[in-house]
Design a protein around this ligand. Structure first.
Ligand code: MRU
Length: 349
């Protein structure tokens, strides 16, 4: 299987990214040697998905140290490069979290790289743990066997450093023989579902159908789905969850149909500074993503576009949030700090 992101040591150290803009037809790696190139790769979604962005933030700080030494940057130039990385995309809190964690851990190149590698290794372990916790919760809340699962966007190995979050849970359930069918929403406009999730599902031999996003509510209310599992870009302290645009529609349909809507995320996606979902900045992306499909124009030139990349699902629509520390049930929560029962949170979580 491919590596989403890795550090390659050498005369010019490199962050090697699997270029997700080229998948599924071209498997090609990008060799990034400067912070500016990494920011560009993040903004073009060559690397994407909240946990992968956390790793990119960490490796990016290590890269900044090496570039600073090579190019004789002043401290102000170093600080400005790190800030541009931290702000490359606003919604997934993991990016800023990865940058801050490495900046706080060390002020030298070696220490920064060691911390960035720790982030990547912890992500893998965390994904395996949250997948097991979430799968156990699903098995005790869904009676039908094997399960029919709906998912949105891409949350697999490509969105993390390995294994995946919501996708990791699906893989865990599949390995236990518990998956009959996965409905993968295509995820307009950038098609993370049809290009990336379907690619991963094919490689893992998991039976699936890609459907247009607009089909999801109907698939759910027709009784064809037992559980919906999605990832997260930022989870507020009350459980409100930002994820790829279209996730809220899935949650509303699940509520109407009376089936569980499950969020899977590592704790690096929980934002201590965000009390509720209304405080989450929603990234708005370029009009061309909506006006063109595969380079072909699908609307008149000059058409105005609203292109929010994420939406926020209120906690009351979320049956469970599976993390590496266990599962909480926001829908049943009575206080505003719903994570307190799971783990004592500090700024260094
Ligand atoms: O714009 P993207 O592709 O970075 O959005 C990704 C998502 O919304 C994912 O569902 C989320 O980051 C979780 S990835 C494990």
């Amino acid at each position: 299987m491919a590596n989403t992101i890795e550090w390659i040591e050498g005369t010019i150290p490199t962050v090697r990214l699997l270029d997700q803009t080229r998948l599924p037809h071209v498997v090609e790696y990008l060799n990034v040697t400067t912070v500016a190139e990494l920011v560009d790769a993040i903004q073009r979604l060559a690397v994407r998905g909240a946990p992968a962005l956390g790793a990119a933030g960490g490796y990016g700080v290590a890269l900044a140290h090496r570039e600073a030494a090579r190019e004789h940057w002043s401290p102000a130039e170093f600080a400005s490069a790190v800030e541009s990385l931290r702000n490359a995309r606003p919604t997934a809190v993991n990016l800023a979290w990865g940058v801050d964690r490495v900046m706080q851990a060390s002020s030298n190149a070696e220490g920064a790289l060691a911390e960035a590698i720790d982030i990547a290794n912890e992500d893998k372990a965390g994904n395996l743990a949250l997948s097991a916790h979430g799968a156990e919760w699903i098995m005790s809340h869904c009676a039908r066997r094997p399960l029919r699962v709906l998912t949105h966007c891409n949350t697999g190995l490509l969105a993390t450093t390995s294994w995946g979050t919501a996708y990791g849970m699906i893989k865990h359930l599949h390995q236990d023989g518990m998956v009959e069918m996965v409905y993968a929403d295509e995820t307009r406009p950038l098609l993370q579902g049809s290009r990336l999730t379907s690619w991963e599902l094919t490689q893992d031999g998991i039976p699936h159908k890609v459907q247009v996003d607009a089909a999801a509510a109907s698939t759910i209310t027709r009784g064809l789905v037992d559980v919906a599992i999605i990832g997260a870009d930022r989870i507020a302290m009350n459980g409100d969850t930002a994820n790829k645009i279209g996730s809220l529609s899935v949650a509303l349909a699940c509520k109407f149909a009376g089936i569980p809507f499950v969020v899977a995320a590592p704790f690096s996606t929980v934002s201590l500074d965000t009390a509720t979902g209304s405080e989450i900045e929603i990234e708005e992306r370029d009009a061309s993503e909506v006006l063109e499909v595969g380079g072909a124009k699908v609307a008149l030139d000059g058409t105005q576009v609203f292109n929010p990349a994420f939406d926020v699902t209120p906690a009351e629509l979320i049956s469970a949030i599976a993390t590496e520390h266990g599962v909480i049930e926001p829908v049943l929560a009575t206080n505003s700090d719903i994570f307190a029962s799971l783990v004592p949170l500090s700024s260094s979580h």
